[in-house]
Ligand binder design. Sequence first.
Ligand SMILES: Nc1ncnc2c1ncn2[C@@H]1O[C@H](COP(=O)(O)OP(=O)(O)OP(=O)(O)O)[C@@H](O)[C@H]1O
Ligand SMILES: [Mg+2]
Length: 355
Amino acid sequence: MLFGKTKGLVGLDIGSSSVKLVELKPLSKTGRSWKLMNLGVAPLSPEAIVDGSIMDSTMVVDAIVRLFNESKIKTSDVAIAVSGHSVIIKKITMAYMSDDELSESIMWEAESYIPFDIDDVHLDYQILNDVDRGDGNMDVLLVAAKKEKVSEYVSVVQQAGKNPVVVDVDSFALQNSLTENYELSELQVTALVNIGASVMNINILQGGTSIFWRDISIGGNLYTDAIQKELGVDYDTAEMLKRGESAAGVSFERVAPILKSVTGDLGVEVQKTFDFFKATTSADRINRIFLSGGGSRILNLDTYLSERFEAPVEMLNPFQNVSISDKQFNPQTIQDLRASCSIAVGLAMRKPGDK
Ligand SMILES: Nc1ncnc2c1ncn2[C@@H]1O[C@H](COP(=O)(O)OP(=O)(O)OP(=O)(O)O)[C@@H](O)[C@H]1O
Ligand SMILES: [Mg+2]
């Protein structure tokens, strides 16, 4: 995570189509097991956040206030995440040095890897192998997020009267919800693909360790736009049609080919990223794909990706290690929301001292 400490915090994922809130209670100090305390989703109209920028902060503040009012959350401490072009994640190799030396020189080092002015970013880093590996070098994970973007998101949380104690990155929060819920074999390469409304986050892991990250500025909106354009319907109708719901008397036979064609375009983008991944790492195949995000619920997207990449595709269940009371939460609602909630769950699963 970029900065901050964690203790009894609420995961708040401020997405462009909705704000998601998750509160979990750890059931044991060491084990990976939780209880779901609160879960809420507040929809946002498409004008509120455009291309990752908060355009109408009142709408976002209201959504956060509403989510807290609807729940009985006592803490005000919140973990949020940023993503998209204002976040740069890089693994760099540099001459071996001690922690202290690194903390002094990282700004200088980072300068050559980050396409922004170093004064405009929050910088964080983590040494990936802290023992000298023999060639006198070490790998360092470098994360830079534009201050402007971070303060935009921090500000809406503060205006809602809450305290943003952690600012994470979508891709890392997502990874956390995978590794806290699943056992990954050390020999396998797993791709995690989160499809939101406007951003697709791809995080590829070797065993439990992440080795590749990319955010692409496309998502479920592609389907909505195409349906609107091809069928001449408004946004709300297109949103319903893409979920397979009936609206404006349009039959699903007219919607299905549009979904199929957009899925092909999305597949091309995933392919480019996977090809780039294979070209720049020692891995030559992806063994397993996990999907999450509301956009991954498009009919047959999972089958399509599985055939295209010849790998098993499954929907990430962020609640695999979370016990959920049927009395408190409607199982059907949980089923419907779980794709959209992976990042909020990953944030809520942050532990003190996590990095
Ligand atoms: N049942 C469904 N079938 C198809 N698409 C769906 C379904 N439910 C939600 N979506 C789509 O999922 C997207 C929202 O997903 P999600 O909540 O993960 O995004 P977000 O976090 O708000 O956006 P972003 O992270 O891109 O800013 C929207 O495009 C929405 O239309
Ligand atoms: Mg999102």
